[in-house]
Design a binder for this molecule. Structure first.
Ligand SMILES: [Zn+2]
Length: 208
């Protein structure tokens, strides 16, 4: 399952050792997507922990608009925390990441479409980019750059939750409070996971 880390290079190969370190690293894009409460941030954290244990340098980011649990941490719904730099624009991630081998990005759905290009550039430069994000919004429709990222990612992990109504696997995020804007920032009190049968989207004309 964890086939996401760069393959170890055979350093005894003289052809390989002539290449620069950057050229020999295998960059890739990995996406973890699903509805709320499906464990996306937890998976992101697990991967970061494994990368650090493998001696890789990791830089973690989150979208600056997500201030649910404080600006400088990725926090799972069950309370695990990891430091992350808040950024408002995907273009800033590459420069802020310094010489990190692995770049983790949480709440990817809040970035605009430039996230896709930014991830591709970082992967081409030999970095492993791992993005977690919601694939569908409150209306069950594509959320930000996540579906486009799924098209080009080297590995896509789709996470499911348990439907709060019937207990079947849930792929949708049910909004439980009136729609004020399109953002889906909120905790357990504002949303619950639902399966496709139990999901009831808000009126379409409220989607911006
Ligand atoms: Zn259901």
């Amino acid at each position: 399952m964890m086939g996401w880390m760069p393959s170890p290079m055979d350093q005894s190969d003289s052809e390989t050792t002539k290449l620069s370190a950057e050229a020999t690293e295998c960059g890739r894009i990995e996406l973890v997507c699903g509805c709320m409460f499906s464990g996306k941030s937890l998976q992101l954290m697990d991967r970061v922990r494994q990368a650090r244990q493998a001696g890789l340098k990791v830089a973690a980011f989150k979208h600056a608009s997500d201030d649910r649990y404080g600006q400088t941490h990725i926090v799972t719904h069950n309370g695990q925390r990891m430091e992350a730099t808040p950024v408002a624009s995907a273009d800033r991630i590459a420069s802020l990441a310094g010489d990190a081998n692995v770049i983790a990005i949480d709440e990817g759905q809040f970035f605009d479409s430039s996230l896709v290009d930014a991830c591709q550039r970082m992967a081409r430069a030999g970095r492993v980019v791992i993005v977690a994000g919601l694939d569908r919004d409150s209306w069950g429709l594509p959320f930000g750059p996540i579906p486009a990222l799924a098209e080009i990612a080297d590995q896509v992990t789709r996470t499911t939750a348990v439907c709060a109504r019937c207990g079947q696997p849930a792929e949708y995020t049910q909004r439980l409070v009136p729609v004020a804007d399109r953002t889906m920032i909120g905790g357990r009190e504002s949303y619950e996971p639902r399966c496709s049968r139990c999901f009831q989207p808000p009126p379409a004309d409220l989607r911006r």
